[in-house]
Design a protein around this ligand. Sequence first.
Ligand code: HEC
Length: 154
Amino acid sequence: MNKTRLCVMISALVLSTLAFAQDSVKPDDAIEYRQGLMTVIGWNFGPLGAMVKGKRSFDATEFARHAERIAAISDSVIEGFPKGSDKGSSERTAAKADIWNHWDDFQAKANDFHTQARLLADIAKANDEAKNKEQFKKVAETCKACHDKYKQKM
Ligand code: HEC
């Protein structure tokens, strides 16, 4: 294979990878991805809430572990909402069409969540129960701010 041909092939490969990343995600796949992501977030957020509300005894190590998991995936939310994924063909979605009509605001809400979740994971390393609780509430507010506006009841 000559060099020019190799170059052409590599460029084509790179371009098709980019195209896949941006455009050709199937709505059903995006819906499954974001619901899965939200399930993982909720799974880890539950025990934190139980500890904050005193329904479960406070365990600093466990708290930090769950907080870190949430923080680690908190910047992946936006990827789950590509244009055109307001409806699926076999998947049902609770995402409101307003997400794409107010994209900047939606993105800002996703960023707030990421910022507060990262802070929670950092604060949790210090094992200060009062500070953990305070920051937990700030994260919970970012979930609520987005859900109230952009998630419908199913
Ligand atoms: C930027 C917006 C946004 C933020 C921030 C956000 N969510 Fe969501 N969440 C959504 C949307 C939109 C849906 C509906 C997704 C769908 O059905 O396609 C959803 C769905 C869910 C679901 C249901 C998943 C399923 O299986 O259908 C859970 C649980 C959830 N979110 C938990 C949380 C928790 C806990 C937080 C905060 C720690 C959070 N979310 C933060 C927008 C957000």
